[in-house]
Design a protein around this ligand. Structure first.
Ligand code: PLP
Length: 407
């Protein structure tokens, strides 16, 4: 970390993370190595004995991971202070995927008999991880509408086995927002852990540690990488010692470490996070306004629109509503399929947060394995279309939509 006080998040993204290296390389090299050399037996002993298990074996850590981890930790901590008024320090662990980071997060903090509380609109992979993998290990999940704070309080009261509250906000794909500050207050009254999936917002738009949460999670596959070049995930914690002991141990034993090439791609992508996000957000607002006014479009879910029920929560905790939205075509599933097929520039693909505009159909793609009844309850109707607005010239996005919406 630079001693020079950086006042802007782009400067932090570009100048935090990475170390001097023997060959004076400007960028942190891709340390493609499984193991590291000890000059002497004593040096090996020291590295094993240190709390930072560095330069030992790449499942345990690698300088290419470390560079990306330091950047992400600095972005999430940017401008925040700890309880004593000092700059907040965080520790990040880079994983092979978001799913791997999430597995470490839940497994290192919970054991059989514990329960998780979460919101009903969730990323499909998270929903399945909770209901299939964790359920089989004796960790149950209670799903409610966490936007109803009375219900949150009541549920916590009635289920003393709840140990952890998991918040995904904005949530996939309905863009619902959960109030991080209020839910964290309720959880902390009962000494529970709070984890936040900050993937949709990125640390540029939302910093959950401001509200006293314990862990922040990202699928780095999305906006942090930004270019769709690699799968990755990161777990960030404020209890540095816990991160370096128990959480690190689970990370190392579950074996979900990243690889040096993907870490390099992530480090490169993050340098332009602020620039990209500003353009993503600007374009998204224009696209949302366009869709809302179009006669073929039914409902538009975007928290930048005043009629979204979570407009106020989003405005309170996010710098901008972001680049994700979903919408319903009046013609339902058939119209949705036709629209998707007629697109000329926007890309038909799942995932999100890449520089180009991606369009998907949750009911048949990302949420296909969620039972239909559940899906509909979550607001994922058959005709819902999800959109990750890219940073193309917005006129071309609008023209593509205009022609694809013509019947
Ligand atoms: C993509 C995503 C994940 C899972 O991450 P992977 O990198 O695909 O493993 C989790 N949560 C959210 C909100 C996501 O968008």
């Amino acid at each position: 970390m630079s001693e020079f006080p950086l006042t802007g998040i782009s400067s932090v993204a570009m100048h935090t993370g990475g170390h001097n290296n023997a060959e004076s390389s400007h960028l942190t090299p891709i340390y493609a190595t499984s193991t590291f050399v000890f000059d002497t037996a004593e040096q090996g002993m020291e590295r094993f004995a240190s709390l930072d298990k560095e330069k030992i074996y790449s499942r345990w850590g690698n300088p290419s991971f470390k560079a990306a981890e330091e950047t992400i930790a600095a972005l999430e901590a940017f401008g925040l202070q700890d309880g004593d008024g000092n700059p907040l320090r965080l520790k990040a662990l880079l994983h092979a995927s978001g799913q791997a980071a999430m597995t470490t997060m839940f497994m290192s903090n919970l054991q059989s008999g514990d329960m998780i509380l979460s919101h009903f609109s969730l990323y499909g992979g998270t929903y399945e991880l909770l209901h299939k993998v964790l359920a089989q290990s004796g960790i149950e999940t209670v799903i409610i509408d966490m936007r109803d704070l009375n219900l949150v309080e009541e549920t916590l009261k009635q289920n003393p086995r709840i140990k952890l509250v998991h918040i995904e906000t904005p949530a996939n794909p309905t863009i619902q927002c959960v109030d991080i500050e209020e839910v964290t207050k309720l959880a902390k009254q009962r000494d529970m852990l709070v984890t936040v999936d900050n993937t949709f917002a990125t640390p540029y738009l939302q910093q959950p540690f401001k509200y006293g949460v314990d862990f922040v999670f990202h699928s780095t596959t999305k906006f942090l990488n930004g270019h769709g070049t690699a799968i990755g995930g990161v777990l960030i914690g404020k209890d540095i010692e816990l991160m370096k002991t128990k959480v690190w141990k689970w990370f190392a034993l579950l074996g979900g470490n990243a690889n040096p090439f993907d870490a390099f791609l992530l480090s490169t992508g993050m340098k332009t996070l602020e620039l990209r996000m500003d353009r993503h957000c600007e374009n998204a607002m224009q696209v949302a306004n366009f869709l809302e006014q179009h006669s073929a479009v039914g409902h538009v879910n975007y928290t930048g629109l005043k009629d979204h029920p979570d407009y106020a929560v989003s405005a309170k905790q996010m710098k901008h509503p972001g680049a994700l939205m979903s919408f319903e075509l009046k013609g339902g599933l058939e119209a949705g399929k036709q629209f998707i097929n007629k697109l000329q520039m926007c890309v038909r693909a799942v995932s999100l947060g890449t520089v180009d505009t991606l369009i998907s159909h949750p009911a048949s793609m990302t949420h296909f394995s969620v039972p239909r009844e559940e899906r509909i309850k979550f607001g994922i109707t058959d005709g819902l279309i999800r959109l990750s607005v890219g940073i193309e010239n917005v006129g071309d996005i609008l023209n593509d939509f205009e022609q694809a919406l013509k019947i």
